[in-house]
Design a protein around this ligand. Structure first.
Ligand code: LMR
Length: 398
């Protein structure tokens, strides 16, 4: 049965980790996969997580299955974090939230739900986007379309083109938007742009589907969720996939959530039942550990403030690294302006170089990044930023 299957190339993002690990150059730099790293190049377990784990381990009384939607305590904390305390849609019972398995699992369950609700729905994805969006959402059998998002000449959002493309949508369409820290460009919608997009959703009748994988990594927890909060208030329906991989550093625990904002509380109940039925047919029940840690931290004021300061520290470090890289490239005398990197948000930016220059950085300098020239800013450190800056300046100056 399997003999005729073709072998596939390595994943364009995950394959970089493998390639970099095998590289023996002591100066190698991994700017590939999006995981936070500290100054020592380590993805640490947060202190708040360690303490919550100790507390939770001591109190865990059973390994029986979790409720299929996750625990009520976890879901209440998540609704406050994502929508903000006392949000009108949550208070009205219009929000159905269930635990998911990381951001990917949550996106996939949401896609299967959309497919059930409307098998002809078309999902519009930003061009560019995280490559796995098309795989995850397309695998559910939904039609995909793409809207322009990033202007590579201006290194900024192509908002007018985006709005012009989305003006062609209608009620059967779903528009995937990144809540914050756009992956791969780092270019985020402003408050006014979120409002204009909301007006367009009302006018055209499309359903926004917001993917939030980096809450707290851009401007802070509230601003990073502003699009979700605003749209959930103004629109009849919104789909949200949320991940705790990055902001709690719980990557391998696979914890996230899916929230559907429905028109009424009774529709939200129906949708919740449908989501649980989708999940039952894929993985049945969610894993416990990651969600228990998130719940323990968010419901304990001391642990929560420890987590908030660790989150601030991660965000500040990213900002500092962005500034250092821009400065270090300018210090080489390079004529090209890279200051856009300082204005962008979150873990990623495009350097704005060609695939052959990306290849040259890899072969000549052992600097690894995605072919699109997306870099994970967190792979930089004070010890390699000058090396990376020199290498970039050298390939662009040829
Ligand atoms: C990334 O974009 O590098 C991360 O979201 C990790 C992944 O799964 O691709």
């Amino acid at each position: 049965m399997f003999e005729s299957m073709p072998s596939l190339p390595a994943d364009p993002i995950l394959g970089l980790t493998v390639a970099c690990r095998a590289d023996t150059n002591p100066n190698k730099v991994d700017l590939g996969v999006g995981v936070y790293k500290n100054e020592a190049g380590v993805t640490p377990v947060l202190k708040a997580v360690k303490q919550a784990e100790a507390q939770y381990d001591a109190s865990e009384a059973s390994k029986a299955y979790l409720p299929a939607q996750g625990t009520e305590g976890f879901l209440a904390q998540v609704n406050d974090l994502v929508f903000g305390e006392g949000h009108s849609a949550v208070a009205a019972g219009r929000v159905a939230t269930i635990q998911g398995t990381g951001g990917c699992g949550s996106l996939r369950v949401a896609a299967e739900l959309i497919k059930r609700a409307n098998s002809h729905a078309k999902i519009w994805i930003s061009d560019p986007s995280w490559p796995n969006h098309a795989s995850l959402l397309g695998s559910s059998g939904l039609d995909l379309a793409f809207y322009p998002y990033y202007d590579r000449d201006q290194q900024a959002i192509a908002f007018d083109q985006m709005m012009a493309a989305l003006a062609n949508t209608g009620p059967g369409d779903v528009v995937l938007v990144h809540a914050c820290c756009h992956n791969p460009s780092g270019a985020d919608l402003t408050t006014e742009q979120w409002q204009q997009l909301t007006d367009l959703a009302l006018a055209r009748g499309f359903t926004p589907f917001i993917d939030m994988a980096y809450q707290g990594f851009g401007d802070g927890l509230a601003i990073d969720a502003q699009g979700i909060r605003y749209m959930a208030d103004k629109l009849p329906e919104v789909v949200v996939a949320n991940s705790f991989s990055k902001n709690f550093g719980l990557y391998r625990e696979r914890v996230g959530t899916i929230s559907i904002v429905a028109q009424t509380a009774s529709q939200a109940d129906v949708v919740k039942g449908q989501m649980l039925n989708v999940a039952r047919a894929i993985y049945s029940m969610p894993p416990s550990h990651g969600a228990a840690i998130v719940e323990t931290i968010l419901s304990n004021p001391e642990l929560k403030s420890m987590w908030l300061s660790e989150l601030d520290e991660m965000r500040d470090r990213i900002l500092h690294l962005r500034q250092s890289l821009v400065k270090a490239i300018a210090n080489t005398g390079c004529e090209r302006d890279f200051s856009f990197i300082e204005r962008q948000k979150g873990m990623f930016s495009f350097v704005g170089i060609t695939p052959s220059q990306v290849e040259e950085l890899k072969t000549a300098y052992s600097i690894y990044m995605v072919d699109s020239s997306r870099i994970n800013i967190c792979g930089l450190s004070s010890s390699n930023v000058a090396y990376v800056a020199d290498a970039i300046a050298s390939v662009v100056s040829k």
